[in-house]
Design a protein around this ligand. Structure first.
Ligand SMILES: [Fe+2]
Ligand SMILES: [Fe+2]
Length: 163
């Protein structure tokens, strides 16, 4: 009797908590397409963790629960990871002679240009809003689409070329 009563109250509580945790996570790793190169997959999943953590901390900064120095560190980490992610893919494409190198690289360049003002806004005015809006509304869709198309083709080519 006592056992089933506990179940009645604990199930909705646990379910509610899980829903809340899910809502805090900006990107679900299982939504990230898998490509033919493990090292690229590792980079993508690592970046999802960094983005989710950063987004969570932007929200806690807005709630005055995270200080600016801590948020700066996470923004630096995200910027460095993106830089390394893109330049590593470009290096792989060049090493293996991927034919659509310039198409893929120019998309990386466009995103580099799109992200720079967001980092600048933070560093100049400690304004996290442009970055937050970007992470919430642009980045997840872009990342899934980019990985499913350009990264997918790149990884397939390189893996067939022996990479
Ligand atoms: Fe990628
Ligand atoms: Fe890429």
């Amino acid at each position: 009797m006592h056992f089933s009563f506990m179940h009645l109250i604990s199930f909705p509580v646990i379910f509610g908590l899980l829903t809340e945790i899910q809502a805090l996570m900006l990107i679900d790793k299982s939504d990230i397409p898998v490509v033919a190169l493990d090292e690229m997959n590792d980079t993508h999943l690592n970046e999802v963790e960094i983005v989710n953590n950063l987004f969570e901390h932007i929200r806690s900064f807005e709630a005055k629960e995270t200080d600016a120095a801590a948020l700066s560190g996470l923004i630096d980490q995200f910027e460095a990871h993106v830089a390394q992610h893109f330049s590593r893919e470009e290096q792989l494409m060049q090493t293996f002679g991927f034919p659509a190198f310039f198409v893929h690289k120019s998309e990386h360049d466009r995103v580099r240009g799109e992200m720079q003002p967001l980092f600048d806004a933070w560093r100049q005015n400690q304004d996290p809003l442009p970055l937050k809006n970007y992470l919430e509304n642009v980045h997840p869709g872009w990342a899934k689409n980019h990985i499913a198309t350009m990264d997918m083709m790149t990884a397939l080519f390189i893996s067939k070329a022996g990479g």
